[in-house]
Write a protein that binds this ligand. Structure first.
Ligand SMILES: O=P(O)(O)OC[C@H]1O[C@H](OP(=O)(O)OP(=O)(O)O)[C@H](O)[C@@H]1O
Ligand code: HPA
Ligand SMILES: [Mg+2]
Length: 168
């Protein structure tokens, strides 16, 4: 069974599951910001996967200032470069102090590494984490093995499944 391809070893996450896990992330981050009463200044979602978790975290923590950063990664090129396609508001961001940067998961850590270079004082939170990228994330909820592919609800649809036994 160990010769399964990464996409065959799947962790399938439902909307309900990501809602609960994102709420758990918000609970963990609540009152842990550097502002008054442990507050956070703003939530910044790493698009696109970070948008749903960021919305849930912002809702739970009553944060109305929400922005996005769009990063295009070049994982398959030798230099392993990543490019910012859309940056959040520069004045609001500063060096990242008080900013909660949210993504759905960290895998190799390349995306967070790049964003962290831009905003070294920000707090980085993901719902899921794989071992290679764990050092790049400050707070996460669930760890999965490196060879597990996480399937998110926005990439899936309900469909018929054949029973284990029975007519084809
Ligand atoms: O830790 P890394 O190896 O950098 O991988 C993690 C990133 O990859 C996925 O985004 P992707 O770039 O596929 O874009 P998307 O969010 O628009 O789907 C995921 O949402 C993370 O942002
Ligand atoms: O496991 C994953 N699932 C979905 N998107 C991803 N992008 C990097 N790793 C993953
Ligand atoms: Mg992403």
């Amino acid at each position: 069974m160990s010769d399964l391809l990464p996409h065959e070893k799947g962790f399938h996450v439902s909307w309900d599951q990501i809602h609960r896990d994102s709420r758990a992330l918000a609970w963990r981050l609540d009152k842990h910001g550097p502002g008054e009463g442990g507050s956070w200044k703003a939530v910044v979602a790493i698009t696109r996967g970070g948008m749903a978790p960021a919305m849930i975290v912002a809702r739970e923590l009553d944060i109305r200032t929400v922005d996005t950063i769009s990063v295009k990664s070049y994982h398959h090129q030798a230099q392993g470069e990543a490019e910012v396609l859309k940056a959040p508001d520069a004045v609001m961001m500063g060096d990242g102090t008080g900013i909660l940067i949210v993504d759905d998961l960290v895998d190799s850590g390349k995306t967070l590494e790049m964003v962290r270079q831009l905003y070294p004082q920000a707090h980085f939170a993901t719902v899921y984490a794989k071992p290679k990228g764990r050092a790049q994330v400050d707070t996460f909820i669930t760890e999965v093995s490196q060879d597990t592919w996480i399937f998110f609800p926005w990439d899936m649809a309900m469909q018929y499944v054949k029973p284990y036994r029975g007519a084809d």
